[in-house]
Design a protein. Structure first.
Length: 144
């Protein structure tokens, strides 16, 4: 049994490292507003403009996907409490970001994006999450 925990911990570390690696490599399908993107032989090159920060345009289907991931976890958040629930939320958001073009780096740079997306797509789910996790906003629940 002790060995199983080492394997699980190793898988978690491997997953986090894979997410970081994929984020560093780019490949996002989502285009930041305020930038120009050119594609050459399948590789995307982004040139930042003078805008100090860029925001991503998240599609309605991607926003709905995030809401659909959070909604069934609301009861778990209430039972687990703020500490474990925030960890679960953090993991869920990064899994969602990875599924949607590896935008984890953008999420980390603009954590408020998650609040904007959920306010627009599922304000009720966002409000219930804030209450269950004792957060002022979802951005505050994202540690990494």
């Amino acid at each position: 049994m002790h060995r199983r925990w080492k394997t699980s911990a190793g898988l978690v570390v491997t997953g986090v490292l894979a997410a970081v690696t994929l984020t560093a490599c780019g490949g996002a399908e989502v285009t930041p507003s305020g930038s120009a993107t050119t594609t050459t032989a399948g590789a995307a090159t982004t040139t930042e403009t003078a805008t100090p920060s860029t925001t991503l345009e998240i599609s309605d289907s991607s926003a709905t996907q995030l809401c659909d991931m959070i909604r069934p976890e609301l009861s778990n958040f209430r039972v687990q409490g703020p500490t474990l629930g925030r960890l679960a939320l953090n993991t869920m958001v990064h899994e969602w970001a990875l599924r949607n073009g590896g935008i984890n780096g953008h999420v980390l740079a603009d954590k408020a994006m998650i609040d904007r997306v959920t306010t627009k797509a599922c304000a009720d789910v966002r409000t219930e999450t804030l209450t269950a996790l004792d957060l002022p906003d979802l951005a505050s629940g994202l540690a990494f």
